[in-house]
Design a protein around this ligand. Structure first.
Ligand SMILES: NC(=O)c1ccc[n+]([C@@H]2O[C@H](COP(=O)([O-])OP(=O)(O)OC[C@H]3O[C@@H](n4cnc5c(N)ncnc54)[C@H](O)[C@@H]3O)[C@@H](O)[C@H]2O)c1
Length: 433
């Protein structure tokens, strides 16, 4: 790719390119396109881009694309006129749970080829402190032949979008911005300030902003891990965790977390970014990793409870049919990345139990590709011995109760405590986390 010649952003007109059009990047690109004419969206995934163009994305047609405000492309040349790049690519972990920075590196090399003097590159991906300036900046400099912090500038603005949450949207969440110097910070705050209604928070440095994002997810992970550990203890003591939490919640400063399966590509993944960095500097983050271990064990714990409950009602374990309602990593989303439900399914299978996984939101091909799970349709939920209500999708509790009307179904495992004890049919044993 040749490096384009062209003017810098000194003209004042921001021409925005969003690199990565996923859960986070697309809403960012849409908001930018409404405020900044000429905004372009780029993704390396051809299938995704063609679906976005044809109005066939997961969330249906995208108005800004339909109205011609937001061209989307896999052709990097379409970004050559941009002077304000926003990079929102995945930051997963590898099989050994080490940060995989390859998507960020690849996106940085691509943007580096396009950079012109005066350009600004903002990273939004969740990372550990130092990635923007130590990993991305040097790659941009190497590819562009320009000096980072002199000819072009980097910035970081973490994302707090909450998929499936209509209240906390890109526009309605305070946006943290940070940059290499005061002038860049002003420019970045101005761009985001034009689209984020909730306001802008200027962090004193890029590393502070990077750290602030990663600890938001670590704090949530650990709080849930504590409640999960308590749930396991209370289970052993024969106490209902939900009843304990309901009582404790009446204290003004009790933190309202609930037990459950912690999946997804943020909360269950981001802690490893910071722990890896901590280990690199000779620290062993015990609390954070303990929390991870507890949360990662919950799918197996729930499966074993299901097996015990089946035994209690005298069901034959080998060949027992258990409906598992929900595969997505959380309620009312189609995203099953890093879902912990497959742990539960695997453990049930170890006991010879036949788990029938039903999730109307998750695409069957994705369930097969990512988890090796063949989703069943509603018709497949027959002759059941038990129902595991794993994900709190809308309509799932009603479906569970409907399935439990059959006399053969004698166990309900209500992972998220969605069903009132009083509503459970009398022939059914209820176990909840
Ligand atoms: N989804 C969330 O709830 C959420 C919330 C806050 C922060 N984040 C963070 O935001 C980042 C992106 O997450 P996401 O949920 O949008 O991921 P995603 O997988 O939904 O989307 C990422 C997109 O980037 C594309 N991509 C990958 N490599 C690319 C490259 N080199 N160049 C261009 N495009 C590329 C992928 O094809 C995909 O469409 C991650 O760091 C994540 O941790 C996510």
């Amino acid at each position: 790719m040749t490096r384009p010649t062209g003017t810098s952003s000194e003209t004042g007109a921001r021409r925005i390119a969003v690199v990565g059009l996923g859960y986070v990047g697309l809403p960012v690109a849409r908001a930018m396109a409404r405020a900044f004419p000429g905004t372009v969206g780029f993704d390396i995934d051809e299938a995704k881009v063609s679906r976005l163009r044809s109005g066939d994305s997961v969330d249906g047609p995208v108005p800004e694309i339909e109205r011609g405000l937001l061209p989307v492309t896999t052709d990097a040349r379409a970004l050559a006129d941009a002077n304000f790049y926003i990079v929102v690519v995945p930051t997963p972990v590898d099989a050994a749970r080490r940060p995989n920075l390859e998507p960020l590196r690849r996106a940085s090399r691509l943007v580096g080829e396009l950079l012109k003097p005066g350009d600004i590159v903002v990273y939004e991906s969740t990372v550990y402190p130092g990635v923007t300036e130590e990993t991305c900046g040097p790659l941009l400099a190497e590819r562009s032949g320009l000096r980072c912090g002199v000819d072009f500038h980097v910035a970081y603005s973490p994302e707090r979008i909450n998929p499936g949450d209509a209240r906390h949207t890109f526009e309605s969440i305070v946006k943290i911005v940070s940059a290499q110097d005061a002038a860049t910070l002003d420019a970045v705050a101005e761009v985001y300030g034009a689209v984020v209604e909730a306001g802008i928070y200027r962090a004193p440095s890029i590393r502070v902003a990077e750290a602030s994002k990663v600890i938001e997810n670590i704090q949530r992970d650990l709080n849930i891990a504590l409640i999960n550990e308590l749930a396991v203890i209370f289970h052993r003591l024969g106490i209902d965790t939900q009843e304990v939490l309901a009582a404790a919640r009446t204290k003004w400063n009790f933190l309202d977390f609930r037990p459950g399966l912690v999946g997804g590509h943020c909360i269950g993944v981001d802690p490893y970014y910071l722990t890896t960095k901590a280990q690199e500097v000779g620290l062993n983050p015990e609390v954070i990793l303990s929390g991870r271990r507890i949360n990662d064990s919950m799918g197996t714990f729930v499966a074993r409870q299901t097996v015990k409950e089946l035994s209690q009602v005298g069901a034959e374990l080998r060949g027992a049919r258990v409906a598992v309602l929900g595969l997505a990593f959380k309620e009312n989303v189609a995203d099953a990345r890093n879902s912990r439900v497959p742990d539960l399914v695997r453990e049930l299978a170890e006991f010879g139990v036949d788990a029938l996984v039903y999730d109307p939101l998750v695409e069957p091909a994705v369930a097969r590709r990512d988890h090796g799970i063949e989703l069943v349709g509603r018709d497949g939920l027959r002759e059941l011995d038990a129902v595991v209500l794993a994900v709190a999708h809308e309509g799932a509790p009603a479906l569970a109760l409907e399935l439990l009307r059959a006399p053969r179904a004698r166990v309900l495992v209500d992972v998220k405590s969605m069903i009132d004890r009083a509503d459970v049919p009398s022939h059914v044993r209820l176990w909840r986390l």
